[in-house]
Design a protein around this ligand. Structure first.
Ligand SMILES: O=C(O)CCC(=O)C(=O)O
Ligand SMILES: [Fe+2]
Length: 308
């Protein structure tokens, strides 16, 4: 289907995700068609461009279509010539801890544990295995829209407590408590976001929720723990159920961009044997503060009860 923007895009899943056809991402196309590509991205939430033999510099330029590209806070992860790009790799890369080989495993929205979470994320496939290492996406906006109105009304009043390093067991060797220092702790305090947010560009509502440990979500604010855990699990199962999921099977030179403001995603690299090399370039753009769907529910804020 061709959207109003004039960019030709074929729907890939039931409610979202589309492949843009016949558009080589040259610097000229990015300049001439940037606005149309952005409109198409807002309409479909995940865009796939196949066979894009482009340089890191062109990929970095592509990122500017979706907002202000963000330089990674870990300087050694940055691309030597293009500081807004980083590498994702399932190999032993110099200077990286082993957790990074499978980063992004489990459903999440990038930087949802920050007061200002992520906006767009995009990847360019450089080395891709024959099979495996797919990326999964879930349409949290369509999942919210599918709920009964009474249910939506209640969910709009709730807030969610997030903390990057939260884990029910700090001694767990995988717990982030284990590998972040005092400065990183100061930069990742406990915060709360509204559970139902309004998209800053489209005005549509979405569930802004991730699974508890992987998504750095502690609980629904003020709800008894068992009830909160049951509600989070139920909503995550709904969002990630078959009608709302797109599985991206990578080919070399694919470019995929997604909107973290309405979509969850998950890597599947834990299931990929390390003999199968998977390397991609990555870029994210600065987000905006979260707008609550119900203004009375309030904006994102530091948690008053925030412990260390
Ligand atoms: O490697 C992947 O498939 C996705 C990684 C991820 O979560 C990200 O880049 O934000
Ligand atoms: Fe991610």
């Amino acid at each position: 289907m061709t959207t109003d923007s004039g960019v030709y895009a074929d729907r890939l899943a039931g409610t979202f995700a589309a492949e843009v056809k016949g558009l080589p991402l040259t610097d000229q196309v990015i300049e001439d068609k940037g606005r149309e590509i952005f409109e198409t991205y807002l309409a479909h939430k995940v865009l796939v461009f196949r066979s894009q033999d482009i340089t890191p510099s062109t990929f970095a330029r592509f990122g500017t279509i979706f907002g202000r590209p963000e330089e990674h806070h870990v300087v050694k992860l940055r691309h030597p010539e293009e500081p807004t790009l980083t590498y994702l790799s399932n190999q032993n890369e110099p200077g990286r801890n082993k957790e990074m080989k499978t980063s992004g495993q489990g459903w999440h929205s990038d930087y949802s544990y920050k007061l200002v979470p992520g906006s767009a994320t995009m990847l360019h496939g450089l080395e891709i295995p024959e099979s495996g290492g797919d990326t999964l996406f879930a349409d949290a906006e369509a999942a919210f829209a599918a709920l009964p109105e009474e249910r939506k009304e209640h969910l709009r009043t709730l807030r969610v407590r997030h903390q990057y390093r939260w884990s029910p067991d700090r001694e767990d060797p995988w717990a982030r408590w284990k590998y972040i220092g005092p400065e990183e702790r100061r930069q990742t305090p406990e915060i709360t976001h509204p559970l139902v947010r309004r998209h800053p560009d489209t005005g549509r509502e979405t569930l802004f929720l991730q699974p508890r440990v992987i998504g750095s979500v502690i609980a629904i604010d003020g709800m008894p723990e068992a009830e909160s855990t049951a509600l989070i699990e139920e909503l995550i199962a709904h969002i990630t159920s078959e009608p709302f999921v797109y599985r991206h099977r990578w080919n070399p030179l694919d470019v995929v961009v997604w909107d973290n403001r309405c979509v969850l995603h998950s890597a599947t690299t834990k299931d990929l044997d390390e003999r199968h090399v998977r390397r991609l370039l990555r870029l994210t753009t600065h987000g905006q503060p979260v707008t609550p769907s119900n203004p009375e529910t309030g904006h994102s804020r530091l948690s008053p009860t925030s412990a260390d």
